[in-house]
Design a protein around this ligand. Structure first.
Ligand SMILES: *[C@@H]1O[C@H](CO)[C@@H](O)[C@H](O)[C@H]1NC(C)=O
Ligand SMILES: *[C@@H]1O[C@H](CO)[C@@H](O)[C@H](O)[C@H]1NC(C)=O
Ligand SMILES: *[C@@H]1O[C@H](CO)[C@@H](O)[C@H](O)[C@H]1NC(C)=O
Length: 461
């Protein structure tokens, strides 16, 4: 690396290895494309079926992105072909983590071989995801510096890291966050420090990865979370750099068939009339809660497009309440297959987004300035929802504190408060537009990537 400024610096060679979840694989692919579009070489390491399910890389940068497929080791009890959190129910995540740990040896071989290729071919950096303690160990062994990726909001990370860093603790409380978690959420989160059937808890994975990394990169920017980003300049003594929010390209990037059912249905709806309902691709609701949500949508009278993920083990016939589709035909559509979420959110007919508040979905909803109706299910979704509620971009569906359940009446009231009732609607829409200005500011996020690369180049061990 020449950083004396006398000639343009040589491109970096970077290896990126995301967690086995599409909410991680897709943002990592996005990072890979952003690095490649600046001329850097990226090796993207995952498992064969996950790589096969990724959208194609943009042709202009494809020659610089090299996919490395490491077969996922078999583990008793894990279904054949399961390679991501989408493929297994929540209670099998520990099995997936166990299989994932089996990638340690093949990954180490891959990295050693890449390092043995000699001058000019050696990876300059390894970018690992949150749970990759063994990949970070392999980086240490091969003397390749390592960045740990944290794909959640800085405020949420600052909250979780409380106790790790005094500075992080200082940011907590400025925004509504994990401090106010209802008990059903706290109980689920405690699994991170108790569940260890895979041999290690999630918290241990996180801390080991952090200890073994040289830099931390977060999916955020100072414009989005000024106080938390400022407070998180270091995490456990590691410098923290921002990656920007990685918003998807507003036109949806990948081309969508004109025949797409959801898009055609939206074309026939009035402007700003439809609630788009999608609770992510992981951790589905129980069938009872799916029914309650359905009946709540019906009760609200709102037009809706629902991208429904079936709970595992439920028949097609049993997934919705009896007669629901007949009664809502004309103003509602349920789609159980893949939905082109970005194109849907970009459609003029959409008025609001009923979301689980995964970080990716939250960013996607705000990219189009939609007010949010929030129904968090797991991990960082509860804290994300509280932050967004604090910023007045929408409302959460009221929940039972102890088991997280909700009623159809409360779904209907919340949908109407965000989309129909004038007072609420005006405030939520105005705040969502304010958030949109930051999320849709492409130049701001590109500057973050430039800063990130600068951080990689200037790092001295
Ligand atoms: C998530 O975000 C990335 C960009 O970081 C985007 O490419 C992807 O389509 C998004 N959607 C999902 C469902 O993960
Ligand atoms: C899992 O946790 C239990 C209880 O804390 C502990 O006794 C056990 O050693 C742990 N197992 C592993 C593999 O860390
Ligand atoms: C909340 O859930 C708990 C546990 O399922 C139940 O005992 C309680 O009655 C529920 N509270 C309300 C207000 O529905």
């Amino acid at each position: 690396m020449d950083d004396d400024g006398s000639s343009s610096p040589s491109p970096l060679r970077v290896v990126i290895c995301p967690w086995l979840a599409f909410g991680h694989l897709l943002p990592c692919l996005d990072i890979a494309e952003r690095l490649a579009s600046r001329g850097h070489h990226v090796s993207f390491v995952s498992t064969p079926r996950n790589i096969a399910r990724l959208p194609p890389v943009r042709p202009t940068v494809a020659p610089l992105v090299n996919f490395v497929a490491l077969p996922l080791p078999r583990v008793d009890g894990l279904p054949e072909g399961a390679e991501s959190t989408n493929d297994v129910p929540h209670d099998q995540f520990e099995l997936l983590r166990k299989a994932f740990d089996g990638l340690a040896a093949p990954f180490s071989e891959f990295l050693s071989a890449a390092c043995a290729e000699g001058a000019g071919k050696r990876p300059d950096w390894l970018i690992v995801d949150t749970f990759h303690h063994w990949a970070a160990a392999s980086a240490l062994e091969n003397k390749v510096p390592c960045v740990m990726l944290l794909l959640g909001a800085a405020t949420v990370i600052a909250t979780w890291a409380r106790g790790v860093s005094e500075h992080a603790a200082a940011a907590v409380g400025k925004e509504r966050s994990a401090a106010e978690a209802p008990s059903f959420e706290t109980e689920r989160r405690s699994l991170m420090i108790t569940q260890n059937a895979s041999g290690m808890t999630v918290a241990e994975r996180y801390f080991l990865t952090l200890m073994r990394s040289n830099l931390v990169a977060i999916r955020s920017c100072a414009e989005w979370e000024p106080e938390s980003v400022a407070a998180l300049t270091t995490l456990a003594g590691k410098p923290v750099v921002t990656l920007g929010l990685l918003p998807p390209s507003p036109e949806g990037g990948r081309s969508i068939s004109k025949q797409d059912t959801a898009m055609r249905w939206l074309d026939a709806q009035p402007d700003k009339s439809v609630v788009y309902v999608a609770l992510g691709s992981e951790v589905p609701l129980s069938v009872e809660q799916v029914h309650e949500l359905a009946l709540g949508l019906e009760l609200s009278g709102a037009r809706f497009l629902w991208a429904l993920r079936k709970p595992p083990g439920v028949s097609d016939a049993g997934v919705l309440p009896p007669g629901f589709e007949e009664r809502t035909r004309g103003h509602g559509l349920v789609v159980t297959g893949w939905v082109p979420q970005i194109s849907v959110l970009a459609h003029d007919a959409v008025a609001a987004f009923l979301t689980h508040c995964g970080w990716n979905s939250t960013i996607e909803g705000l990219l189009f300035g939609h007010p949010l109706i929030m129904l968090p299910i797991s991990s960082d979704q509860g804290p994300n929802a509280r932050i967004m509620e604090g910023r007045k971009v929408g409302m959460q569906v009221p929940r039972n504190e102890s088991d997280g359940s909700f009623s159809r009446e409360d779904v209907a009231v919340t949908v109407r408060a965000v989309t129909v009732e004038e007072d609420g609607r005006r405030v939520f829409t105005a705040s969502a537009k304010k958030m949109q200005e930051i999320v849709a500011d492409g130049a701001c996020h590109e500057r973050c990537i430039d800063g990130f690369i600068q951080g990689l180049r200037s790092y001295k061990a």
